[in-house]
Each structure stands twice: as structure tokens, then as C-alpha cells.
Design a protein. Structure first.
Length: 229
């Protein structure tokens, strides 16, 4: 069962891409946010914390407990590259103190880790989709269209639009991270415009023939709100 669980957790990262139909270059945290899911690391930390509690509860003469206590001692002195070191940093980040030798509320720690992940998601200003959709969907939960839109192809088109514009997928070029202003539209390069929602829906000349068929479109997007109805 352990091997099966590991395989499922690894494969689920790929299944989310297939479910949404988005590119592999789509940022992981955006894919997770569309589904209202949290990184696998949160689950792994939960397993580590449970192991920590089980080991701390053992008799002091048990070898596994002695080894863990020695590891904690090394972490506090010189060695900074063992799992106890990372556990100490994780607990300090979510409890304000390490508490390596004591029990604590695992549920509370994991909830704080989830809240911290959601906070970082909403605070990210480098992704256009985050700037727009955090206003339209201020809660970290599965996007409503995933359950409302029944047609798979239409649902995937919405997913790609929400997460697949170059302002989001063009974060890197030749191993160098690009600033948001450098993620230009590859369809109309000569204009030097960032491919974000505003440009894709309302401004890009390559889609003007399609846009002319929908004159009831709003004029622009400002701060996550459609303007100009």
C-alpha cells in the first residue's frame, strides 16, 4: 500500500495537468489553485510530523528515539543538512518555535502551512492571472467553472485562458527569469505588448476578426473587474 500511495501522489501532479488540459509550462501553484489543492509537500510534512510524534512517544532507551535525539542535537550545533534541520525550520516557521522534543497539534501546524501557501498565492504580483482572478475568486478553492461547465473541451479552453497566457508561461527564456514586462505576445511581436488577459481579449490585432463578431464585449479589464459594459 505504501508503494501504491507513493505512486499515486507522484502521478497526481500529472493528472492535474491532464484534467485541466494546460501546458506543462504552467506554474504549479496556478494549477493547484484552479483545483483548490495544496502542494504534495504539505502531505509529506504531515507524514513526517506523525513519525516525529510516534518516535518521541517511545521509551528513551529505544534506538530509533536515541538516533533522532542525537540528530536534533547535531542540528542545533553544526550539521545543517539532515531532516531534523528541515523539520526544525518548518516548525519554527509555523509555530514560532521548533519544539523538536515535544508533541504539538499536527492539524494546527498543517492548517498554518496551507494558509501560508494560500497567502503567498494571493500576494504574487508576477502572474497576471493571479492579479485578475484573486479579485474574481478571493477564496482559495476549486474554480467554479470546473463544476459548472460540463463540456470538457470548453472547460479546458477556460483553463488554458486562465493559466496559459505568456505572462504566466513565459517566465523563463534560455535559463533566465524574465520580468513580467518582458513576456511579450508572440503573435504580434512588433507591438511589444505583454500577453495578458487585457491584450489577448481586447487588444491583440491577430484576433480582431473574431473580436468584431462580439461587439458586446466589455472594453477593458481594470483591477480584476470588467469595465465598459
Amino acid at each position: 500500500m505504501t508503494s501504491v500511495a507513493r505512486l499515486i501522489r507522484w502521478r497526481c501532479q500529472i493528472w492535474t495537468l491532464v484534467l485541466l488540459g494546460v501546458r506543462k509550462s504552467t506554474a504549479n501553484h496556478m494549477v493547484l489553485a484552479e483545483l483548490g489543492r495544496f502542494p504534495l509537500q504539505v502531505h509529506f510534512w504531515q507524514q513526517i510530523l506523525r513519525y516525529h510524534h510516534r518516535t518521541i512517544a517511545l521509551d528513551s532507551v529505544r534506538l530509533v528515539k536515541l538516533a533522532m535525539v542525537d540528530g536534533f542535537a547535531l542540528h542545533q550545533t553544526a550539521v545543517k543538512d539532515n531532516w531534523q534541520h528541515y523539520l526544525g525550520d518548518f516548525l519554527h516557521g509555523h509555530l514560532g518555535q521548533q519544539q523538536l522534543f515535544h508533541n504539538f497539534d499536527i492539524v494546527s501546524v498543517i492548517e498554518r502551512a496551507m494558509h501560508q501557501h494560500a497567502f503567498k498565492y494571493f500576494a504574487d504580483v508576477q502572474h497576471s492571472s493571479l492579479m485578475l482572478y484573486r479579485t474574481m475568486q478571493p477564496e482559495y478553492k476549486s474554480a467554479e467553472y470546473l463544476s459548472v461547465v460540463k463540456c470538457v473541451s470548453n472547460r479546458r479552453l477556460i483553463s488554458r485562458f486562465r493559466t496559459g497566457l505568456r505572462v504566466d508561461t513565459g517566465r523563463w527564456a534560455d535559463g533566465v527569469e524574465l520580468d513580467r514586462t518582458d513576456r511579450l505576445c508572440l503573435v504580434c511581436k512588433s507591438l511589444g505588448c505583454v500577453e495578458d488577459e487585457q491584450h489577448f481579449v481586447f487588444d491583440c490585432p491577430a484576433y480582431s476578426h473574431i473580436r468584431s463578431q462580439h461587439l458586446d464585449l466589455p472594453l477593458q479589464i481594470r483591477g480584476g473587474v470588467y469595465m465598459g459594459w
